[in-house]
Design a protein around this ligand. Structure first.
Ligand SMILES: [Mn+2]
Length: 303
């Protein structure tokens, strides 16, 4: 199993284009994993190119976060790991590669960030977090509930990501507008699904949804949970969904009232001739880092 130090990108070709001394494993509080995996994709292809496109786009993102009023990214540091090998099954990717590296990131006292790739990459990261962090919920933004027990006979398919995650954690889902019928499962780990038909604009439902989360929260964000005008480059761009600002405000509310302990951004499929989706993903990553730094770590190395 590769050690974190062997996986580290040591030059400035890292996420956010940081000076290498801000991106070492000693200095950085955040560590980014890239999983360029699209082995079980069912429709539009291209998510395998997502992590690299997001990394390049992130080098153009302004490091000052005007919402929280600070440069959290250079202050806390972000380390970048070399991409995982995508030539494998979904189970080998998420449980074989991502799970043990996430464990190492957590053992080192760092904050794990995972960039996909298709949604099948997420369960391994959640499993590592759930084994270490008590009282954990997953907040899931997606057009799809991903609750199929298996898809094309693969229980680690992208369409089964939430079903695997639900073996360890309760889930709150928002943005959902293409859903298979599923049983809510074990009452100790309920799945609360906020369908986008009823829940796509600001309202009291947001506090209710956030209120269903446990003290510690992992965010898994399939970018197709947002409206395709925000992320046109994704495998299955379902019409409708969250606006950019609504999505950010929900995540801000979670950061203000819960402890976010890890997150992933998946299903970006770069589109030839434009950089909208990868830039939005890089910006989303930066905003979430800012919210975590500002709200969850207030008083703890705050800027
Ligand atoms: Mn989806």
């Amino acid at each position: 199993m590769p050690k974190l130090h062997d996986l580290l990108v040591t030059d400035d070709d890292n996420f956010f284009g940081l000076e290498p001394e801000l991106a070492t494993l000693e200095r950085a509080r955040f560590v980014v994993m890239s999983a360029p995996y699209e082995g079980t994709v069912s429709y539009g292809k291209g998510t395998g190119a997502g992590p690299e496109a997001i990394r390049i786009a992130s080098q153009q993102v302004e490091l000052f976060d005007e919402i929280t009023g600070a440069e959290h990214i250079p202050h806390h540091g972000v380390a970048t790991l070399k991409p995982f090998n995508p030539d494998c099954t979904a189970e080998e990717m998420t449980i074989g590669q991502i799970y043990p590296v996430t464990q190492q990131i957590l053992e080192a006292g760092k904050f794990p960030i995972l960039v996909g790739g298709e949604h099948s990459v997420s369960p391994g990261a959640v499993k590592a977090v759930a084994e270490r962090v008590p009282d954990l919920s997953v907040f899931h933004i997606d057009a799809h509930s991903d609750m199929r027990e298996a898809y094309h006979d693969d229980p680690y398919s992208h369409a089964s990501a939430a079903a695997r995650i639900n073996e360890w954690c309760p889930i709150v889902q928002v943005g959902i507008r293409s859903r298979e019928k599923f049983e809510p499962g074990d009452p100790k780990r309920p799945v609360h699904c906020y369908h986008a038909w009823d829940y796509h604009s600001e309202g009291p439902w947001i506090d209710e949804a956030v209120g269903k989360l446990s003290r510690n929260v992992y965010l898994t964000i399939d970018v197709d949970g947002f409206d395709p005008s925000v992320f046109p480059g994704t495998g299955t761009p379902e019409p409708g969904g969250l606006s950019w600002y609504l999505g950010l405000k929900i995540i801000q509310k979670i950061a203000q009232s819960r402890n976010i302990v890890g997150f992933d951004i998946v299903e970006v499929a770069p589109t030839e001739g434009q950089q909208v989706s990868e830039f939005a993903a890089a910006r989303l990553m930066g905003r979430i880092i800012a919210f975590i730094s500002h709200y969850c770590w207030r008083g703890e190395g705050a800027v």
